[in-house]
Design a protein around this ligand. Structure first.
Ligand code: ADE
Length: 230
């Protein structure tokens, strides 16, 4: 899997790949990353990438030409890229999208800064437009990283133990059941006794019940959508 980040600030993104699981994945060539800067595609003297909003409005927007030249160049070199624009007005990014996108060969994340990107660029180039939550970030870089992390861990060979993908939150549309390790008693609170007896069928039933209850309590929206309807 290759991730290309189109950003004015590559240093916001690159350090994330210098540690832990994604560092290993990069070293093992399970994922490759690169960066393209719209400023390198400007044609004006001061390498300006932003301009005033048509019709007024606070803040500046990234204007089309540098981004379009950059994306045309990318598409010419890699015709099969999948282009994603993070923006607060996109559709919600979910685990099911992370799994689906993990099967792509090459994903391009286009990060806006200032007040965002001229809408016509998004219309012309976006295969998908995602929001990572109902809040506004200072730019698309963090959202691109969040999505690429969630996608990367679903790419074959990135996680050491692929079984861990089957039991985690959002598989089957529910939150993961609570899990415990040593000590058996911590601050007067004990691990559920069945967990210590080793009967895997009973533990599995118990975990399913806990997972349903946790989903109902913390995420009634998910519970109504996925559990009640079953
Ligand atoms: N850019 C700024 N805020 C964002 C959000 N919530 N999701 C995706 N991209 C963003």
């Amino acid at each position: 899997m290759r991730f290309t980040y189109v950003t004015l600030f590559p240093n916001l993104i690159s350090p994330y790949f210098e540690d832990s699981i994604l560092k290993r994945a990069k070293n093992n060539k399970k994922i490759e990353i690169d960066f393209k800067n719209p400023r390198d595609f400007t044609k004006n003297k001061h390498n300006k990438v932003d301009d005033y909003q048509a019709g007024g409005g606070a803040g500046l927007l990234m204007y089309p030409q540098p981004l379009c030249d950059l994306l045309n160049d990318l598409k010419k070199k890699s015709p099969h890229v999948h282009i994603v624009f993070p923006t607060p007005s996109g559709k919600p990014f979910r685990q099911i999208d992370a799994k689906r996108l993990a099967k792509k060969e090459h994903i391009v994340f286009v990060s806006g800064r200032y007040e965002g990107i001229d809408e016509r660029v998004i219309e012309e180039y976006a295969h998908e437009v995602f929001s990572i939550g109902d809040y506004v970030l200072t730019g698309g870089e963090l959202a691109s990283l969040v999505m690429s992390d969630a996608i990367a861990r679903n790419v074959k060979g990135v996680l050491g133990n692929e079984n861990s993908l089957d039991e985690e939150s959002f598989e089957d549309g529910v939150l993961e059941a609570p899990s415990f390790t040593k000590p058996n008693i911590f601050k007067k609170s004990a691990i559920p006794s069945e967990f210590l007896k080793g009967n895997h069928a009973i533990i599995c039933t118990l975990k399913k019940e806990m997972s349903g209850l946790k989903t109902k309590y913390f995420r009634p929206d998910l519970f109504l959508r996925n559990v009640k309807g079953k």
